[in-house]
Ligand binder design. Sequence first.
Ligand code: PLP
Length: 368
Amino acid sequence: MQDFLYAPGILTVDLNALAANYRYFQAAVGAARQVGAAVKANAYGLGVRQVAKTLQAENCPLFFVATPDEALNLKSIDPALPVASLGGLSGCGREVAALYQAHNIWPVLNTPAEIEIYNALAIEGGSPLPALIHIDTAMNRLGLSAEECEALSATPQKFSHIDIQYITSHYASSDDVDSPLTPAQVQRFEELSVLFPNARKSLANSSGILRQPQHHYHLVRSGIALYGGNPTPETSNPMQPVVHLNVRVLQTRQCKKGESIGYNATHTFDKDTQTATLGFGYADGFHRTASNKAVLYWKGQPCPVIGRVSMDLTTIDLSDITGPQPQSGDLIEVLGPHQDVDQLAASMNTISYEILTSLSQRYKREYI
Ligand SMILES: *Cc1c(COP(=O)(O)O)cnc(C)c1O
């Protein structure tokens, strides 16, 4: 595709920081337990090839993706990468099951029907197939219900040829330090996973790793915090920042008192004001909710977003800048030393996950 010589922004991904965050979790769980990595959605938008290679070098034992295509893509990067696919057979039944069998991808089986299909395939192939089994403990999205777990464990022939790698479940509110749901889920997980006494267990996501240190089980599944998101939002972020984003000024202008700016004139100037127009917008993942709300930085000085964020353009107020003003071609900090991904997300009424997974394909990406 294009070579990004004139890209509207420069996205820098710090792979050393990523590796340091991985080692932080490995130290937190101890050498006896393993740290898997969620790399779904192109490794939360950062670039799955570079992320997977970096974590492979840290001996990451299992990479979690969401879809069959993501699983196949990882295997095409390196067939040696151990891959688990969270969506199970993804509504595509036997066809996807056969793909997983052929490529040694481990599905996370989410229903009795998926288990039946996978077990039948394994019997036909004459050898057990590895898979994870997901039990639901509060989310009501995917996974076996308590009744389905009990029924399954009472009929071992139904999973006779499934080599259960892990029994898994997923926290609903582990980012919320006071949520009573988290201990309730742990209890449910304990009760239901004993139905499969020989299987290893996996429960914790990033926040769960730090919040529930007594419940790491055999494998934790880290995601957002590897990429620099704060897993403990009520305290300062223990993780290293991984993503830096700077966007270019297209032009600066002097707006007059009484004039407005942008679509629907949502901001009117109460004094003559110097502004800058930046070459990125909601098509780049700078969500429209940032309009008249988010703050960007020029040499550490805050520049409020004024007016509506448009598809490819965003306008900022330069009135509070002291010293040299930014000029056309200069870079304005969106994510960096003065603003982390959680702060930016808060100013858009969203979460770090959504910021990272919507990072634009138009940015030039640099891996350091
Ligand atoms: C995405 C995901 C994770 C990682 O969650 P984070 O909150 O990003 O750490 C873990 N487990 C499952 C099932 C997931 O879907």
